[in-house]
Design a protein around this ligand. Structure first.
Ligand code: ATP
Ligand code: MG
Ligand code: FE
Length: 340
């Protein structure tokens, strides 16, 4: 079946078309430039941008895939988690398409979509797989036995998400928003061993994470340097911060595989685009005999194809469609792939 996926949980209007694990098109319109000067997403601005971008983005995705709206067999949409107003635009559009076409509607989980998208690049996810989900709002370790029906939460951040930490530290270093890509670039010129920043919840025997102490440590280091009139070595601070983040992430993800006897790992979400995370995970997985998959960076950040990919799984699993009065759920828990 041909699945149309619609994503609007944050600042990307994404529309994707997939058939099973085959990616036909993936169109994204981002309002990130409109938020940059605020240093974070402004919800009202995002909602308005979704409203303007939705119909043209759907059209572009259809054109790119070379299909017609009437060819679509089912509509999948992000029902949560995310910003209330932003989610509402996507869900309303999806309901309208479902009603007009007489096709089933599936309200799916954005976070599980981040994991599902890997199937479009690397084929069906091995079962079970440990998923490290690292995005702007979430940092979770998941045990995925089935994308549509069996996703378990092993651990979560107790404070900031990894992407949030990148964004906050970038601001401390006067780097632009969103902070992940500029820190990634700056860190390549720096020495990760030059400063030792704390590894939150390192070796605490849980799969939970903490990044707010790390952010505070970086802030203090920068303040101290400025007070003493020393120039802040941005590449070194970026590299040392990044090392602290990816060290804990990869260590706990590998531990989770070992404890659960799982030989496959997938890393997904916006921070999975990080070059150092990809390299260190590759190294540690190879040493532990774990097969690692990471989608290409373009698929790691928010897009509609990831929602279509999860929609395809939900359809294949024979789960019942959502009702047309499907509600958005701003805090939909990660262990519920299908909402409502
Ligand atoms: P969520 O999925 O939790 O609702 P979100 O959808 O806003 O949050 P994503 O789009 O998945 O998050 O990811 C955005 C985050 O990824 C931002 O915090 C951004 O800084 C980070 N990011 C993007 N590229 C990189 C990179 N190369 N290195 C590190 N972080 C990155
Ligand atoms: Mg975004
Ligand atoms: Fe996301």
């Amino acid at each position: 079946p041909l699945i149309l996926g619609i994503e609007s949980s944050c600042d990307e209007t994404g529309v994707g078309l997939v058939r099973g694990c085959e990616l036909l098109s993936d169109e994204v319109a981002s309002s990130v430039d409109q938020h940059a000067r605020f240093g974070g997403v402004v919800p009202e601005v995002a909602s308005r941008a979704h409203l303007e971008a939705m119909t043209p983005t759907v059209q572009r995705a259809l054109d790119r895939a070379g299909v017609k709206l009437s060819d679509v067999d089912a509509i999948a949409v992000t029902a949560g988690p995310g910003l209330a107003g932003a989610l509402l635009v996507g869900v309303s559009a999806a309901k309208a398409y479902a009603l007009a076409l007489g096709k089933p509607l599936y309200g799916v989980n954005h976070l599980v979509g981040h994991v599902a998208v890997d199937q479009l690049e690397h084929g069906p996810l091995p079962k079970p797989t440990v998923a490290l989900l690292v995005s702007g709002g979430h940092t979770s370790l998941l045990l995925v036995r089935d994308l549509a029906t069996d996703v378990r939460l092993l651990g979560d951040t107790v404070d900031d998400a990894a992407g949030e930490a990148y964004d906050k530290v970038a601001r401390l270093l006067d780097l632009p928003y969103p902070g992940g890509p500029p820190i990634d670039r700056a860190a390549r010129e720096g020495d990760p061993g030059s400063i030792r920043f704390p590894r939150g919840k390192w070796g605490d025997g849980t799969y939970d994470f903490s990044f707010s102490g790390l952010k505070t440590a970086v802030a203090r280091w920068v303040e101290d340097a400025e007070r003493d009139g020393r120039p802040v070595p941005v590449p070194d601070v970026a590299a040392a911060f990044q090392e602290a983040v990816v060290d804990v992430l990869t260590r706990k993800a590998v531990d989770a595989c070992r404890e659960h006897g799982v030989e496959h790992m997938v890393i997904s979400g916006g921070v999975a685009a990080n070059s150092r995370l990809r390299a260190l995970a590759e190294e540690r997985c190879a040493a532990a005999g774990i097969e690692l998959r990471v989608p290409r960076p373009r698929l790691c950040t928010d897009n509609g194809a990831m929602i279509a990919a999860l929609g395809a799984e939900v359809v294949a699993a024979g789960l019942p469609p959502s009702r047309l009065d499907l509600a958005t759920d701003t805090s939909l828990p990660v262990n519920r792939p299908l909402a409502g």
